[in-house]
Write a protein that binds this ligand. Structure first.
Ligand code: ADP
Ligand code: MG
Length: 363
């Protein structure tokens, strides 16, 4: 069952939480709605669930218009930031109750309960009262109960935010398994890019009430269509440098200490102020001089996760972040040679939109 939103908008007095969003969440796929706190993710999700009434716009599930249906008629499963469980009953009963209400055949009911209990690692707690459980385990129960019902649409609103680190890892693994098995339409809200990259078939990136890009995780990461995507994704995000450029024939001339020579940039149209972007992990470094490499001073070196080095290189007035594997064998004290590969240079216009079909070459 696909979800289609058409010009969906929500205003809270003068605050516009969601700005005329038009998007399709495809059938049987996991779409992660990713964006910083306050950008409108929860509001969007609550409108889909019918928990919040839209100011304008329409919501369709498949061919059916559901914009005015109450939540109970939308048949959505939802997991919230704080686990919702029935207190004073066992984990087993928590999962069983909705299945009893749906009058599922006993054999099917038992099968589904056994399956979610196993995937979520709840065997040990099956007959515990939920009041005895920590918050992470209660969240597992909430996920188990929602998933066991197998609704056509399942939505998660930052389900990992409030659980401890160990549970996070287990829950994420379980979610990955469950979503692959279930083949339901899943919308997963998060502000955490790692969660989104791990779980998503595609990511919808949100900023200020607007979906700015919807793409497969790698595509979004490699080719953000605006500065925001380059900055928000990545750890750290893209390097950006702004330049005023002069036309030379059908191109513009870019003079930057990032490159050993003046460069020609073709395909920027009438833009005379551009932003050059490159991801830290695309920069190549060397202890010895190589063709097209530039010398930079090393101002800071730190080891980051995954055994990588995060380097701060100063070159001219610029400070460039580079992320390199430890094996590059740099025993660098004062400086190093670096290259910004031209294939990985992105050019953005003054409004921050990426200019496609740009060629950059030595003059
Ligand atoms: P997110 O989930 O991405 O953090 P929200 O959807 O919760 O963002 O909020 C989006 C914007 O709408 C924020 O500016 C928030 O303050 C505002 N907002 C959300 N819910 C309400 C509400 N019930 N009343 C007034 N403003 C709200
Ligand atoms: Mg939220």
């Amino acid at each position: 069952m696909e979800i289609r939103l058409e010009n969906l908008r929500k205003e809270f007095k003068e605050v516009v939480a969601v700005r005329d969003v038009t998007i399709t969440f495809p059938d049987s796929q996991v779409t992660c709605l990713l964006g910083p706190s306050g950008c409108g993710k929860t509001t969007l999700l609550r409108m889909i669930a019918g928990l919040e009434t839209q100011t304008s716009g329409e919501i369709y599930f498949g061919k059916e218009r559901v914009s005015d249906l109450p939540p109970s008629k939308r048949n959505i499963g939802m997991v919230f930031q704080y686990p919702v469980v029935y207190r004073g009953t066992t984990v087993y009963s928590n999962i069983e109750l909705p299945l009893l209400e749906e009058k599922l055949a006993p054999a099917e009911r038992k099968k589904r309960i056994a399956q979610v209990i196993e995937v979520l690692g709840l065997q040990k707690y099956a007959h515990w009262d939920t009041s005895l459980l920590d918050i992470g385990t209660r969240q597992k129960v909430a996920v188990a109960r929602t998933v066991a019902r197998q609704p056509e649409i399942i939505m998660f609103d930052e389900p990992l935010t409030n659980v401890d680190v160990d549970t996070r890892v287990q829950l994420k693994q379980a979610l990955k398994e469950l979503t692959a098995q279930l083949k339901k339409t899943i919308v997963y809200v998060t502000h955490d890019q790692t969660d989104a990259m791990t779980l998503a078939d595609q990511i919808a990136l949100m900023q200020n009430g607007v979906i700015v890009q919807r793409d497969a995780p790698r595509e979004l990461y490699n080719y953000p269509n605006n500065v925001f995507g380059g900055w928000f994704l990545g750890n750290p995000g893209m390097n950006f440098f702004e330049y005023d450029v002069e036309p030379v024939g059908n191109a513009v001339r870019l003079i930057s200490p990032l490159f050993p020579t003046a460069m020609r940039v073709i395909g920027v149209g009438d833009n005379r102020r551009i932003t050059v972007g490159i991801r830290p992990e695309r920069i190549r470094v060397s202890p010895v001089e190589l063709p097209n490499f530039v010398w930079g001073e090393l101002s800071h070196k730190a080891i980051v996760v995954g055994g990588q080095y995060l380097l701060s290189i100063s070159v001219g007035e610029l400070l460039l972040k580079a992320k390199v594997r430890r094996e590059v064998g740099l025993d660098i004290s004062d400086g190093l040679w670096f290259e910004c590969p031209l294939d990985w240079i992105m050019i953005f216009d003054a409004e921050g939109r990426r200019l496609e079909d740009v060629t950059i070459e030595p003059e």
